[in-house]
Design a protein around this ligand. Sequence first.
Ligand code: PLP
Length: 455
Amino acid sequence: MPWFSSEPRDVPKVSTKFRKIVTPIPVPQSLPILQKLHDFEPRSMQGQPPIVWDRASGVNVFDAWGNMWLDWSSGVLVTNIGHSHPRVVAAINQQVAHGLLHNYCFPSEVRAKLAEALAAVAPPSCKKVFFLTTGGETTECAIKLSRTHGKSVGGKRKIGIVTFNSAFHGRTLGAQMAGGSPALKEWIVNLDCAMINVPFPDGFRQRDTRFEVFTDAIARQGMEPQDIAGVMLETYQGGNAAFAPVEYIHSLREWCTKHQIVLTFDEVQAGFGRTGKMWGFEHYGVEPDLFCCGKGISSSLPISAVIGRQDLMDQFGPGSMTSTHTGNPVCVAAALANLQVIREEHLVDNARKMGDILEPELKRIQKRFGPALGSADAKGLVGTIQIVKPGTTDPDASLAQDIVRRCIEKGLLMFAPVGVGGATVKITPPLIVTEEALREGLAVLEESIGESLRG
Ligand code: PLP
């Protein structure tokens, strides 16, 4: 759905410490660039707001025409320590100057250091680390490891993979089959009948959050625990920042252990301090068998990782679970610096503290504007407001996109995940955000919601 006109609109000028808007939006001079993207990229890339990024630093994104946005997207949950953090930039520069840009299946010291550093911050049961490049690859890998384990302990029938309605795990074949949005997997046609979805206990669209709903849904789809190799869930569902109830996850953990089922948390969004804990699953007080990391792992360059139990991670023999860009030394150097900054700048604590402001503020805004704001949730620095048709839980994507557009025109960079949750306004600033910047952004969001609702 085209939701941002390519016609430049005159918008009020903005000039604060964190935001500057001095041109029409989209910027007229940016139109040839946007046109080129339109001409040479697939239509699927056209859901992006027409803001042509030139550079980004800390909590700000700049274009080449004098505009500056306060970034509430973190480049879609990547730049946890802020954009272009000087320590990450220095680490990348040093690695490049040092003269090793690639090594694939030959060892490097920097890769060893990152594997050790990640194992050190992982829960005690998860001490092996496998590097990949994207989040989708990690969820594919978790499926493969779960199935392989299932077959080895339960034979050919133990291959089922259980994931949740509305879940998002990436856009490759296995990851999309695991995903919980039927529309996104229509293209596959021959879906794997051993991969099933069950309701996610978000308390909003799925009101009944008892664990029995999980086991009943599995039984209804003709499966028993002996048929299941793995359960994978997003630590919170990206569409609405909703966590499952703690007791539910405890029951799930016990059930998986009892039936030799691999429990994977997809931490691609939730990891690296985003939720006010280093790992989002810490909120549940359980340990996964495997977990998937991406996005915030480097706050910059593409790298991802599966981290997990040694017996699971060691199932494949030498050379049979690899990837060409595994542990690319420049990406690894960025990720190492990122981890150090998270620790030394106490960013997990900052995410928690800022979350203590964000959550009540979102709830207040929801209360103020009433039924079109279906739910407001936040933990740490991930927050969402679900925009709905009043009195229902049906998403109102066009209203969500109108709110996001107005925020962007006022210098607050946001995204509404089109095609995933449909109608969620998502708030994910870098974890370095200060209270002053957070409160300024909240005021802009509140103003934009008010304007959108007035029409
Ligand atoms: N898992 C989750 C929870 C995600 O949010 C995403 C991306 O948005 C992915 C997996 C896929 O990651 P990537 O886009 O890096 O393949």
